[in-house]
Design a protein around this ligand. Structure first.
Ligand code: UTP
Length: 293
């Protein structure tokens, strides 16, 4: 029987340089998808997938992310006194959503190092890494889709997506073979290859179910090569020494760490909202009719 996936590691210690200047003072994870911070969309995906604990790898200037999931006595008292039950309910729901733990990455030593910071808190159990930039709208939450694959095969699972050939140099790319619909046996992984040497156009997206041995691999890589440690190298080792499944998920992914992705995520989510969706559609329709796009 496989150990269940209970813990999600969410690294939020990066500078978010692609979204400057806003990220100079506001963590990108708190930028809104309509009126919900991006990080809450991620945490809700975790909850809907059965995750019990979220471990944030955080840094200076990022306290607001952890605060968002805390009980806010002043705000709740204020809303209760002003008789605003709906707003109060919204705020209470967030603060009681899930157990969170914050681990500080004291220096910005990269993504691989950020994951290694979670070693003690994760302990000896499989877990999922969730990159907060990758917001994916889907019928079944992508983490849940992946947990189903993990429960069936009992091996590490990385989410993958087909990208245009000319874009492969922006991603970790899978070298592997398909053995069932949407499932790939990963032979190895290549970090940001140029299109002419890329083994495929299957890109790794920010969801990874991994066994705890990944921490040893990261530590050994750090000893051998120093920092920054690449998670991709540790994943390649996992694929080689044990097994790693590439899973083509169902869903529409937005890279909200990027200007365009942040806007497409907002449009996608806003169009689905009952309160503003119809008016947004009307606004876009008028723009289209006026020949603006
Ligand atoms: P990115 O490479 O996307 O960097 O990090 P970034 O700072 O978030 O964004 P850009 O590219 O400068 O705009 C991948 C993930 O690893 C985390 C980030 O928060 C992001 O979730 N990270 C990165 C850390 O936690 N610590 C680091 O030292 C670096």
């Amino acid at each position: 029987m496989n150990k269940p996936i209970r813990k999600a590691v969410v690294p939020v210690a990066g500078f978010g340089t692609r979204l400057l200047p806003v990220t100079k003072s506001v963590p990108k994870e708190l930028l809104p998808i309509v009126d919900v911070p991006a990080i809450q969309v991620i945490v809700e995906e975790c909850i809907a997938s059965g995750i019990e604990e979220v471990i944030f790898i955080t840094a200076r200037g990022k306290a607001g992310i952890v605060d968002h999931f805390d009980y806010s006595y002043e705000l709740e008292t204020y809303l209760a006194e002003k008789n605003k039950p709906r707003a109060l309910e919204t705020v209470r729901r967030v603060s009681s959503m899930i157990r969170t733990i914050a681990v500080r990455q004291k220096e910005p030593l990269g993504f691989g190092h950020a994951i290694l910071c979670a070693k003690e808190v994760v302990g000896d159990e499989p877990f999922i890494i969730v990159l907060p930039d990758d917001i994916i709208s889907s019928k079944v939450p992508v983490i849940r889709q992946m947990v189903d694959v993990y429960e069936k095969y009992g091996q590490g699972v990385v989410s993958v997506m087909r990208v245009d050939r000319e874009d492969v140099s922006n991603y970790g790319i899978v070298d592997g073979e398909s053995w069932a619909e949407g499932l790939y046996r990963v032979r190895t992984l290549v970090e940001k290859p140029s299109p002419d040497i890329a083994p495929s156009n299957l890109a790794i997206i920010g969801r990874y179910i991994l066994p705890p041995i990944i921490f040893e691999y990261l530590e050994e890589a750090a000893e051998k090569h120093g920092v920054p440690i690449q998670l991709t190298d540790a994943l390649a080792r996992l694929a080689h020494d044990r097994a790693l499944i590439g899973f083509e998920f169902e869903g529409e992914r937005h890279d909200t760490g990027d200007r365009l992705g942040l806007i497409t995520a907002n449009i996608d989510y806003a169009l689905k909202r009952e309160d503003i969706g119809p008016e947004l559609k009307e606004f876009l329709r008028k723009k289209h009719e006026a020949g603006e796009f």
